[in-house]
Design a protein around this ligand. Structure first.
Ligand SMILES: Cc1ncc(COP(=O)(O)O)c(C=O)c1O
Length: 373
């Protein structure tokens, strides 16, 4: 997290019913739209990302509604399980955790559904457990080609403000976000960007919806307030993070993430290791999952790197436990922080006795050098 954001968060908490608070919200909400690529409302919750997942579902759907998910990895699976617990009928298109949501399979399934029983398609834009980015615009095209009216719900928790994303242009109905990744904030804010179609669906949605209900929040937001006690200090941080993103420019932010992802893949391949993502079109800009050879324990490597170098890598989640580690290269990150990160990974792999070739860091520097030339 940038110092600027931390300093902003440390300001005194103001009265959330007073006039200064309204100024904060009316500054903040218009600045948030461009990050989602929307002019439509963005609801902010004091919640983790999981809360924002639930909000997307309970505001738009009714008990027993059929929801189509895509098993891109751990988080897509958790979202589907949550939908099931809410009383929705979930159908999960199986996946190998190395590819994104498949637009062709989604289109084929929707074309079969001539009775339009499927009410929503859920896609995780950037699967944090695998480092695979789904092609949401192609998924939109598949819905359109099938002439299917299902809502499109997209999780951008690890892509928002890191990977190009266009809620409006791609016809997404609810975009789910969280504060703790590309927005460079601590955990604690959840987001729903909401289309007019989603607002219309809300009128007939029958799932119980109390805390998550968009209606009182949007009504209070119009005057610059919230119907409950908001996470005021995180909102200070959000305002500062949005200023930083605006100063750098979103296009430059996305390009920086892609550059770091390319450099990381160059390092992984030079080490002779495999990137988990199996489709060149779907590599994540925000993290890279690295597969270790059979017989090597990815968590042992992570533990060694944490102990010796105080650097924390992402663990393998779900069925990838012990098989991969994940290098995060998102948020407040620059070329030299990436170079240091990759040097730490290379040292750790060598010290852990994983058989690698030594040229990874140099291969990454080559990518960074070319980009700077
Ligand atoms: C893609 C994705 N979706 C959902 C979640 C769940 O968010 P939270 O842990 O903030 O509830 C995460 C968390 O890392 C995530 O990466």
């Amino acid at each position: 997290m940038p110092d600027r954001v931390l300093r902003a968060i440390s300001a005194p908490t103001i009265d959330h019913r007073g006039p200064d608070f309204a100024g904060l919200v009316t500054d903040l909400l218009p600045a948030l739209g461009p990050v989602f690529g929307t002019d439509e409302p963005v609801v902010i919750y004091p919640s983790s990302g999981t809360g924002a997942w639930e909000a997307a579902l309970v505001n738009t759907l009714s008990p027993g509604d059929r929801v189509l998910g895509c098993e891109t990895g751990h988080f897509a699976t958790l979202w589907a399980q949550l939908a099931g617990r809410l009383g929705l009928t979930v159908e999960l298109l199986p996946g190998d955790w190395r590819h994104g949501a498949d637009p062709e399979r989604i289109g084929a399934r929707l074309a079969e559904d001539t009775a339009h029983e499927i009410k929503a398609v859920c896609v995780v834009h950037n699967e944090t457990s695998t480092g695979v980015t789904s092609r949401v615009s192609d998924v939109r095209a598949a819905l359109d080609a099938a002439g299917h009216p299902a809502l499109l719900l997209v999780d951008t928790i690890s892509s928002l403000a890191s990977i190009d994303y266009r809620h409006g242009e791609w016809g997404v109905d609810v975009t789910v976000g969280g504060s703790q990744k590309g927005l460079m904030l601590p955990p604690g804010l959840g987001f729903n960007a909401v289309s007019q179609k989603a607002l219309a669906a809300k009128k007939t949605a029958g799932l119980p919806c109390g805390y998550w209900d968009w209606t009182p929040i949007l009504a209070a937001n119009a005057a610059g307030f919230y119907p409950y006690t908001p996470a005021t200090n995180l909102l200070y941080g959000l305002r500062e993070a949005l200023r930083m993103l605006d100063e750098e420019g979103l296009a430059a932010v996305f390009a920086r993430h892609q550059r770091h992802a390319r450099a990381t893949r160059a390092a992984v391949r030079a080490w002779g290791l495999e990137v988990l993502c199996a489709d060149e079109r779907e590599h994540s800009g925000s993290l890279t999952a690295v597969l270790l050879p059979d017989g090597q324990d990815a968590d042992a490597v992570r533990t060694l790197i944490l102990d010796r170098f105080d650097m924390s890598l992402g663990t393998g989640l779900g069925r990838l436990a012990g098989k991969v580690f994940r290098i995060g290269h998102l948020g407040h990150f620059n070329d030299l922080s990436l170079a240091g990160t990759l040097a730490g990974v290379q040292l750790g792999l060598q010290l852990a006795g994983v058989p690698i070739k030594p040229g990874g860091v140099e291969a990454a520097l080559e990518v960074l050098r070319e980009a700077q030339a």
